[in-house]
Design a protein around this ligand. Structure first.
Ligand code: LAN
Length: 748
């Protein structure tokens, strides 16, 4: 289906009807989107081609008729599905069947599941700003739904926006989302804007925004480069052995630093428009002409200062600004650094076909290509097309996903849920499972990236990415969960072998590259420097971002999968796998907190990681009766069970490192996580488990679904992110495991 080009909406709405002065009418401003109250939700369709998701708005009636809305489309958009009520489940297995009946309707034709992957409130601005400064206006239907989403997500009390949807207002969220709304066509005197502006001013105005916001606002020309702490591309010229060389940083940091450094070095700013001139008046408390840009590099509102810059970094910044830049930054050096940064940007673009690692660097690389290659360049056009793949439409409007989807990850868990319920051989679910297997087959990454060493990439042959193979970044636990599901299915009678042994070995070989000397696994790579690198964390809003850390989730996932693999292929790299397993188990035990739980980095929080830890210990035969670690983990979970049988942990736990209850009470997803851990660890007492299962069953809707509750995921300690399919896959898995362990037990 051909991508729709930006189309002008018919009559302008009240928000855009204000006549601009004649001085205004520069070409680009005139092309700004015309907002409507709302789009017609019945005209939106999600397309998936090779796991690439794009939303299309069918303005043409004929086209809309030819491409009817699917259940999945309607579900994502919050439209009624009008599905019949299913017979009430009286035991967990029937509840699983009901849940699967619903979940099957959401499977996309290619075999995977889509979902809104929102939460962070700093991603959409990057996409909109990149489009604005490269003069690719967003179509009116995007603009309209972006406005609706941001309006819906403004803090109901103060009108600002946070770092993430559940967080308090920050300057990062408020300055960037306010600007985004203006860029998509909302007028400054709209009541939502007036309220947000008042909060922004009360918080000190945009000069109190953190580094990333200052960077984007400067690219737009709303600020001056002097207010942005230095981002010197020269760092890329450091020899690889230098301990702080950027190739050693966590991949998300270095891939963001890379384009940022290119634009910082060029001191590039977008063409000045009337709108930019207006924003210079709106975002600040003081007169724009009088702002002391250099003097406010480090001004930051406390709400944004989750990780204050160290004295060391402040000194480095001072030296860079006052000594390095004026004295040593010669043209030769600058040219050389910019050229190498530009080459690295090209490698990232080529290796991902312009999808890039995540929306932050995708938006920045888009601007770099525009600056370097010019407006009509293929690199710019392809980037802009691919940026569409991170946009998502829900009932509230249009948002930006944290990645270009959760395709492989969710599919792997869906398969595991069905397998844990013992239903893989039931022909009723075979078509859904075969399609899932076909998708995972299609999405396995078959080769390492070109110039792997030159662009500092980790091996990835045989791996799976979190989203799709276009993005193509292997992550230790994504490879593991996908491989586990493939093995489970291919070893089930009646399923085809789509992935032969060699490809399975490729995946295992890649997994084996992920173990650190400690025995633990990290996410995308093994750590390339020590945690002391946090002293260079300049982002202010996140913690633990500078290097790879060791994660229980990643370590346990690899462990569980290797244990399964070993059962089927005992002769492949036996000694290495055995030694991997022994060291991983040792590390997992050492990572257990004194209270018995494990701290989760990617899900909330102790409940999430404790589930994985108990599951992995069980995979090597360590359960409640046989292992003091498993016992302690179970006791921890039991100690957190609530009166109603459920579990409920708040995202605050991720920030504080202490278990914190969610104010809204028990959550289905968290209850499922705790139950999975307990059942896998063979917790001996059925009663608490049964109580939890009952809560999950009671919350199941008559059509088999569960409703969305509090946010489930997290990253970098402070930013929350939604995993909407977790409310299906984990309750299904928990109930399935229960049904298998206690086949005769009724829960009514
Ligand atoms: C993700 C999403 C998936 C997640 C898991 C696979 C669940 C995890 O077990 C390993 C880490 C990983 C791959 C992960 C890393 C960080 C991501 C990519 C995200 C949380 C989604 C969004 C986030 C990314 C960093 C957002 C952009 C923000 C920056 C600070 C650059």
């Amino acid at each position: 289906m051909a991508r729709k080009q930006a189309t002008e909406a018919p009559a302008a709405s009240n928000e855009s009807s204000k006549k601009r002065s004649s001085a205004d009418s520069d070409d680009y401003d005139a092309k700004r989107p015309r907002l409507q109250e709302s789009t017609d939700k019945a005209r939106w369709r999600l397309s998936s081609e090779g796991g690439r998701h794009t939303w299309h708005y069918l303005e043409d009636d004929e086209a809309a008729k030819k491409w009817p809305q699917s259940y999945a489309d309607k579900y994502y958009l919050g439209m009624p599905l009008e599905l019949p009520e299913l017979p009430k489940a009286t035991n967990p297995l029937d509840a699983v069947r009901n849940g699967l009946t619903f979940f099957e309707k959401l499977q996309l034709p290619e075999g995977h599941w889509g979902c809104e992957y929102g939460g962070p409130m700093f991603l959409l601005p990057g996409v909109v700003i990149a489009r604005y400064v490269t003069k690719n206006p967003v179509p009116w239907y995007y603009a309209t739904e972006i406005k609706n989403y941001l309006f819906a997500r403004a803090n109901p009390v103060d009108g600002g926006w946070g770092l993430h949807i559940e967080g308090e207002s920050t300057m990062l969220g408020t300055t960037l989302n306010y600007t985004t709304l203006r860029l998509v066509g909302v007028e400054a005197d709209h009541p939502v804007m007036v309220k947000a502006r008042a909060t922004m001013h009360k918080m000190g105005g945009a000069i109190c925004a953190p580094h990333w916001a200052k960077f984007w606002l400067t690219v737009l020309g709303i600020m001056k480069w002097d207010i942005v702490n230095p981002v010197p591309p020269e760092l890329w010229l450091l020899p690889d052995w230098v301990p702080i060389a950027p190739w050693r940083w966590w991949i998300h940091m270095r891939q963001v630093f890379l384009p940022m450094s290119y634009l910082w070095s060029k001191k590039w700013q977008a063409e000045e428009t009337d709108l930019i001139r207006e924003l210079r008046k709106e975002l600040f408390v003081e007169d724009w002409d009088k702002i002391d840009w250099a003097g406010n590099r480090n001004t930051i509102h406390p709400n944004d200062n989750y990780h204050p810059k160290t004295a060391f970094l402040n000194t480095v910044n001072w030296l860079l600004v006052n000594i390095w830049n004026p004295v040593f930054r010669t043209k030769y050096l600058v040219d050389k650094a910019e050229k190498w940064a530009s080459d690295l940007i090209d490698m990232e673009d080529e290796n991902t076909d312009y999808s890039d690692l995540a929306p932050v660097n995708a938006a920045m690389n888009t601007v770099c290509c525009y600056v370097r290659d010019g407006p009509g360049a293929y690199s710019v056009r392809r980037h802009v097309e691919r940026l569409d793949e991170v946009l998502w439409v829900n009932a509230e409007g249009m948002l930006c996903n944290g990645t270009n989807g959760v395709q492989c990850w969710d599919t792997a868990f869906a398969i595991q849920a069905i397998m844990d319920a013992g239903l893989t051989e039931d022909p009723r679910w075979r078509p859904m499972l075969i399609k899932s297997l076909e998708f995972l087959e299609d999405q396995q990454i078959r080769e390492n990236v070109k110039d792997q060493d030159k662009c500092y990439r980790h091996p990835r042959k045989g791996a799976w990415a979190f989203s799709n193979k276009d993005q193509g970044y292997a992550v230790s636990d994504c490879v593991s969960e996908a491989l586990k599901s493939v093995i489970i299915l291919q070893k089930t009678p009646g399923f085809p072998t789509l992935i032969d042994d060699q490809r399975i070995f490729d995946a295992v070989d890649t997994m084996l590259t992920y173990q650190n000397p400690s025995g633990a696994c990290s996410s995308y790579e093994t750590p390339r420097a020590g945690q002391w690198m946090e002293v260079l964390n300049a982002a202010e809003v996140f913690g633990n971002i500078m290097v790879e850390f060791e994660y229980p989730e990643c370590t346990t996932a690899v462990l569980t999968t290797l244990s399964l693999f070993k059962k089927h292929w005992p002769n492949h790299r036996t000694d290495e796998i055995d030694s991997f397993i022994t060291r991983a188990v040792k590390w997992i035990k050492s990572d257990q907190k004194p209270h018995g739980g494990w701290y989760g980095n990617w899900g909330i929080c102790f409940t999430y990681a404790t589930m994985f830890a108990l599951e992995s210990l069980a995979s090597v035969g360590e359960t409640y009766e046989t292992s003091k670690y498993a016992k302690k983990g179970c006791d921890f979970l039991i100690s957190k069970q609530r009166e109603d049988g459920g579990w409920s942990e708040s995202y605050k736990a991720c920030e504080t490192g202490e278990y914190v209850e969610h104010p809204t009470g028990s959550q289905v997803v968290m209850t499922a996580w705790a139950l999975i851990g307990l059942i896998k660890a063979k917790y001996p007492d059925i009663e608490p488990i049964k109580k939890g299962i009952k809560l999950i069953m009671d919350r199941q809707q008559p059509n088999g679904e569960w409703l969305q509750e509090a946010i489930e995921g997290v990253f970098n300690k402070s930013c929350m992110i939604s995993y909407p399919n977790y409310k299906f896959v984990f309750p299904l898995k928990a109930m399935g495991l229960f049904a298998k362990r206690y086949p005769d037990e009724k829960v009514v």
